[in-house]
Design a protein around this ligand. Sequence first.
Ligand SMILES: NC(=O)c1ccc[n+]([C@@H]2O[C@H](COP(=O)([O-])OP(=O)(O)OC[C@H]3O[C@@H](n4cnc5c(N)ncnc54)[C@H](OP(=O)(O)O)[C@@H]3O)[C@@H](O)[C@H]2O)c1
Length: 380
Amino acid sequence: MSRITKGLAVLGSTGSVGTQTLDIVRAFPNDFNVIGLACNRNLDLLQSQIEEFAPRYINCNGTEAEMASLESNGCQDCDLDTMVRDPDVDMVVTATVGDVALGPTLAAIDAGKDIALANKETVVMAGELVSTRAKNAGVPLLPLDSEPNAIWQCIRGEETGISRMIITASGGAFRKTPIGALADATPQQALKHPTWAMAQKITIDSATMMNKAFEVIEARWLFDVPWDDIEIVIHPESIIHSMVEFVDGSVKAQISPPDMHLPIQYAMFYPERLHNPNIKRFDPVATGALTFEPWEAERYPCFDMAIGYAKRGGSWPAALSGANDAAVELFLKGKIGFLEIGIVIKEALEAHTSNQTPDLDEIIAAGKDANARVVKIVEG
Ligand SMILES: NC(=O)c1ccc[n+]([C@@H]2O[C@H](COP(=O)([O-])OP(=O)(O)OC[C@H]3O[C@@H](n4cnc5c(N)ncnc54)[C@H](OP(=O)(O)O)[C@@H]3O)[C@@H](O)[C@H]2O)c1
């Protein structure tokens, strides 16, 4: 049976998720028409993507000279809202970092586009706003992130009678590090993720477990579940990507080797499943034991702190996200220690003035203010 070709806009096409999204397009070239590509400054990669996919639109932040030297092959440089609203775009993949995708995601929702959502910050900062807007518009938010994607697969066809969502966590780079040694942990050590190959920001967030807090927030808003029905368990092998328990005690788990191509492809083709020879299969015997360990709250103080701010709602989670962005960047630059990430975030958020019903501009401003406050605390 022939499938309809989907028009695609990929925000963050040069990043980890963006390039893997384009791998799926390469594997199924007749199923997608790349209409728009957006990145920040990686113009060399954008250039080769323009040559390969011939998009209609691009968006990037090159200098005037860089833009002049870009061979655009006739594609138009436009803002992200214009790109995502194009009538030929069916699906928008949000794979940028920080708050960049927030406005374009809402624009795409209002224009009735499917959202393949990788950008966690969109849901962390504006979960209530985005999920309500998508629900009212009848627009699906299709999670690419492996944990919410796993939950989505587990509840497919069975969305009632759920008693618990159990999100798995690898434990990050410091699962076995003595807690007393964490103060001296270096960026190089924190960037050594045990199971996933990812970009720097999310790898540091995995070491602090801020990333896991963000996934709890994603689950809260994407699946409309109470906070207390979401649990975390350490699963060092990263083979089970999350589990859902039903009221009768039965538990469904989504299992696959740690590879983002699978959740990305699942969202891009939903509700269809397709064979992709490039995606590695699960081999139970070769994999061996799947193990679980209890959550260690004192090892990951950022997690409880983040959930506390998220539960306050309003502009708090946006401030948390903005402060975390700055703290991670300062840690990567060697300006603060690993344990100071949580400390400077908390200090910055103590000065946050809560707004319980923020609009988009106020959400973005809350993130930027908290970001700037962290920089000021550290750099004066
Ligand atoms: N990596 C994963 O496996 C993974 C898994 C689940 C969820 N996520 C989430 O997905 C999102 C993307 O993560 P990632 O790891 O793919 O990040 P990444 O590798 O750092 O890529 C970020 C992308 O965003 C682009 N970008 C940055 N600033 C921009 C701006 N101002 N305007 C337009 N584009 C901009 C970057 O362009 P340049 O290349 O030009 O800088 C790049 O294409 C994050 O929210 C992350 O939490 C990632």
